[in-house]
Every structure is written in C-alpha cells, then in structure tokens.
Ligand binder design. Structure first.
Ligand SMILES: [Zn+2]
Length: 359
C-alpha cells in the first residue's frame, strides 16, 4: 500500500515538474545579453526555441577572458548548449578576436560576416584585412571553413522566430525596395530631420564604415545593432529618406565613440532604451552620452562601464552602469515578452528589472 502511494506521489511530482517545465518554455520570449568584453562587442540573442545568435566575439588573449564570458552567459545563464550563429560585423580585433578561443570552447554552427578578401566580391574592399598571414584572420578562416556566408544588404539570417534584415554591409546601404517590399518610393516622404543634419565628416577609410548593420524584429519589438558604423554611412540610412524606422532598443554604435551615433540617425530611430558597450577606457564619449540624454525618446541609457576618464555627469545614471569596477564582467540583459509588446532590462542575473512597452 505504502509502495503504491509512493509511486503515485512520484508520478504526480514528475507530471507537475514536466508541466512547470513546459510552461516555462512556453513563456520564454527573446533574450538579449550585452556581454562585457572591455570595450569590444559581444551581443548574444537567444530565441524562445533556444537558438543562439552572437553578434561579435570580443578580444583575443587574456587567457580567453572574452570567450569564457560569452560561454558562461550562453551555458550557465541562458542554459543553451551551442552557438548556432556567429555574426562578425567587421574585421577589427575587438569584434572577431574572440573567435579562436570561442571555437575551442563551444560548437559554432554557422559563421556570417561581411565577406573576406579572398571571396573577391565585386565592389568590396578590405582596408583592414584580415590578411592571409594575420594570426586572428588565420584562426577565423580555420574555425569557419566550410560553414560561413557573406551577408549583403537585404539579406536575412535563417533563425526561426526572429526576423532580421541587413541594412548595411561593405559601406553599402539597403535600397528602398529591399527595405519596404511592395511599397512605392513615392510613399516614403523625405525625412524632415535631414534639413538640420550636421555636415559629413572626412570619409572613413577604415573597416568601421563597412560594418554590418542588422535590424532584428521580434513581434512588435525592434533592436538595431550597427557594429562600429560611422557618421557618413549612418546618415545615408536615414537621409534623404528613413530606411530604418522607429525602434525600441539601440546598441549604441561603436562603443559610444562620437564619430558614430549621428544625431539625425538617433533622432530618426528614436530608441526607448540605449545600451552602450563601452570599456572603462574606450568609447563612452561625453558627446555621445549627452546626445542620448538629450534625445526625448530615450528613457534609459545603460553603459557596460563607467568611462574612467570623464566625470559622473558625463556618464549615465550610476544605477544604469553595469560595471563600476574596471575589471568588469557584468552583463546587461534584455528580456522581451512573447509577441514583443513588452520588455525588461536589468543588470546581471539579479538586477532590478525595468519594464518598457514596445512602440
Ligand atoms: Zn569596435
């Protein structure tokens, strides 16, 4: 009798646990982690089905500091097993230096980038490599051999449950028809904010101007990551016509440097939340912080680090800085509810979440 009762209790408990587990996965939305890589970039998206997309992989060396931080968030925090997609926005060390370590520590499904010099794609140039004898370039080519694809404007990543659209690649900007299929050019009015746009800067000959920019959509929710795109190309995304549209979450471009984050782009996309992946001594420019603080749509500006070179007044509010200790390691997490109507932002696993409505 007792044995029967014990067996029944076991079955009931097992069913309860299964039910709780099913409810948990049914409730899972989109998660975005802004992983601290000390002034580099590493942004991890996790879909409701547990598919993982990493945009940039931080710096090399330092005993695999950045790959370890990425794997920690992916496995221990997000409870995923492998990296399904790795996107590299451009060929600078703080964006693809972590690939060698990452490929040793975790299985990587597919690699996406803006093209390699040996692809010999027409119209593309590679001012900053990666050259064939460059150590990080060698590591990237080895890790991605047979499983990489170059992204052009208008392309999408094949990730179930997460829409994406490449807005810039190799210095080119998406054209109207690809951005707004089925609509006529005459339906898109000139962007009135362009009249007050500040002048262009000297043409940026570096790989930053050739960064991938990707717009992600999850239901109503929109997230923009432009890598390290710079001023003149940023303006081409919103002038003479706006090719982005209003968004919810903005990864502050180029770690917050002030030759990026063009004022007309910021005003046009009108983000609600901005997250800056600066380091204690990289990015986080006072001019960028000021610009974002003065943007009326921005309700919260998060920084991964306090800028050690500027006073508190040139940084965001103290409670929105993930790492006050320069050694860092703390992430910012965005959790988007199913359907994308609402999202929360918090620092680390235990931070106080703030809730925002999608536009
Ligand atoms: Zn960078």
């Amino acid at each position: 009798m007792r044995r029967k009762a014990t067996a029944r209790a076991f079955v009931v408990t097992a069913l309860f646990l299964l039910g709780a587990e099913a409810a948990k996965s049914a409730e899972r939305g989109l998660e975005i982690y802004f992983i601290d890589v000390d002034g580099g970039a590493a942004t991890l998206l996790v879909t409701p089905e547990g598919k993982t997309v990493l945009i940039d992989s931080g710096w090399p060396g330092k005993d695999d500091r950045d790959p370890k931080r990425i794997v920690h968030v992916l496995k221990d925090v997000a409870k995923c097993e492998k990296l399904d997609h790795l996107v590299t926005t451009h060929w600078h060390t703080d964006h693809f230096g972590g690939v060698e370590g990452l490929s040793r520590l975790i299985e990587i499904g597919h690699f996406w980038d803006r093209g390699l010099p040996e692809d010999k794609s027409a119209g593309l140039d590679f001012p900053d490599g990666p050259k064939l004898d460059d150590a990080i370039g060698i590591a990237y080519r080895k890790a991605s051999a047979g499983k990489r694809t170059a992204l052009k404007v208008g392309d999408k990543l094949p990730v179930a449950g997460l829409e994406s659209l490449v807005l810039t690649s190799g210095g080119k900007v998406i054209d109207f028809a690809a951005r707004y299929p089925g609509r006529a050019v005459r339906d898109l009015p000139a962007n009135p904010l362009c009249e007050a746009a500040p002048p262009d800067l000297t043409v940026d000959g570096s790989d930053n101007a050739r960064s991938l920019s990707i717009l992600f959509s999850f239901g109503k929710f929109q997230f923009l990551d432009c890598g390290d795109l710079t001023w003149n190309v940023e303006k081409n995304l919103v002038c003479p016509a706006d090719l982005i549209g209003p968004i919810d979450l903005f990864q502050v471009t180029h770690h917050g440097q002030d030759n990026s984050n063009h004022p007309t782009l910021i005003k046009t996309i009108a983000p609600t939340v901005a997250i800056m992946d600066n380091g204690p001594r990289k990015g986080g420019a006072a001019a960028t912080v000021k610009r974002l603080k003065e943007t009326s749509s921005v309700r919260a500006l998060y920084q991964l680090h306090k800028n050690a070179a500027t006073p508190d007044s040139d940084n965001t509010a103290a409670d929105l800085i993930a790492n006050r200790d320069p050694s860092g390691g703390q992430f910012v997490k965005v959790s988007v509810a199913p359907g994308g109507k609402r999202y929360t932002v918090q620092i680390g696993e235990d931070g106080e979440p703030r809730t925002f409505d999608a536009k």
